[in-house]
Design a protein around this ligand. Structure first.
Ligand code: AMP
Ligand code: ZN
Length: 304
């Protein structure tokens, strides 16, 4: 359910031409001004992470269906996953498709799943790439990734999109290496967002695991402090919005993708994810719709 405040902010963004709505909730075109803030913020993340020399990977919005299957996403979040389907028939099926379209009926029934699934989190496709290289070197792997991500959660909250961009840094290595990485990014994420001049809080969090079994998974994730979120109020101070998340997957993804350390044991993984649209929405909310009028300190951090 979207709140009145969320709908009001959405309307303001659309009226200002920052977002262009479509017939589908949570699917927008973004303006040049919106895109420029994303690019500037992205550059700030790049500058911050560059000292560690990460390998850069930029992904399209889709990944192999097998990567989705292996990741465990369908077990935990079947309600959010999306797969790409396409027409695969001959003349007869084509005629049926056209007829259904002309009648205004559902024409999608004959579509077959392709080998591509939408990417739900930017780090997933990187694990397959790292695993294919064989056992990790002693210093593990460090990646700077970005992807368009799909999650089927239609909403009128402008901060809850179905297609959005996630920028991540990803660490694969020993438990000590990945936990040290997460600590470092907790500090860096806070510093970056403090330099953005927005109110923020960091708290333990859990993912929206599906179903009854999911409640236990969520409780376990919280108890073990496996996920933290950096929250910024956008349309509510009581329920601030998660703009960054800091995840420790233990060896789950290492097991799932066959990530091995040099000694043959299963690697651990962690990632920090920046929700780029949410960060822009937080900046526009707190500093106004005209970036030229933003506080000097924020402009300095972004326009350098
Ligand atoms: P998560 O894997 O759920 O922790 O997501 C990583 C980051 O992506 C979050 O901290 C959000 O900033 C962003 N994000 C997640 N879901 C959405 C969504 N539906 N719309 C926009 N941004 C999102
Ligand atoms: Zn991730």
């Amino acid at each position: 359910m979207s709140t009145e405040a969320q709908i009001a902010y959405r309307n303001e963004l659309i009226a200002a031409g920052l977002l262009h709505a479509t017939d589908v909730d949570g699917l927008y075109a973004q303006s040049g001004a919106f895109e420029e803030i994303i690019m500037r913020f992205n550059a700030l993340v790049t500058r911050t992470g560059a000292v560690d020399g990460p390998e850069v990977l930029r992904f399209p919005p889709g990944m192999p269906r097998g990567t989705l299957e292996r990741s465990g996403y369908l077990r935990s979040f079947p309600q959010l996953a999306g797969t790409i389907h396409s027409f695969a028939g001959g003349d007869v099926e084509h005629a049926a498709l056209i007829a259904a379209l002309e009648r205004g009926d559902d024409w999608t029934g004959g579509q077959k799943a392709t080998g591509i699934a939408f990417t739900p989190a930017a780090c997933y496709p990187s694990y397959t790439i790292v695993a294919k290289r064989g056992p990790l070197p002693a210093d593990g792997a460090l990646l700077d990734v970005q992807s368009w991500c799909f999650r089927h959660e239609p909403s009128l909250d402008p901060a809850r999109l179905q297609l959005f961009r996630m920028r991540e840094h990803v660490r694969v290595g020993t438990p000590q290496q990945v936990l040290e990485f997460r600590e470092r990014w907790l500090k860096r994420g806070r510093a970056i967002m403090e330099s953005m001049g927005v109110p923020l809080d960091i708290d333990v969090a859990n993912d929206p695991f599906f179903g009854r079994a999911g409640r236990m998974l969520a409780a376990n994730q919280r108890d073990q402090a496996l996920k933290f979120e950096l929250l910024v109020p956008i349309t509510s101070t009581e329920k601030p919005t998660a703009c960054l998340s800091f995840n420790y997957h233990q060896d789950h993804l290492g097991q799932a993708f066959g990530l091995r350390l040099a000694d043959g044991t299963v690697a651990h993984t962690a990632c920090v994810g920046f929700g780029l649209e949410r960060i822009v929405l937080a900046l526009l909310r707190h500093h106004g719709f005209d970036p030229k009028a933003w506080p000097d300190s924020v402009r300095h951090a972004l326009w350098t």
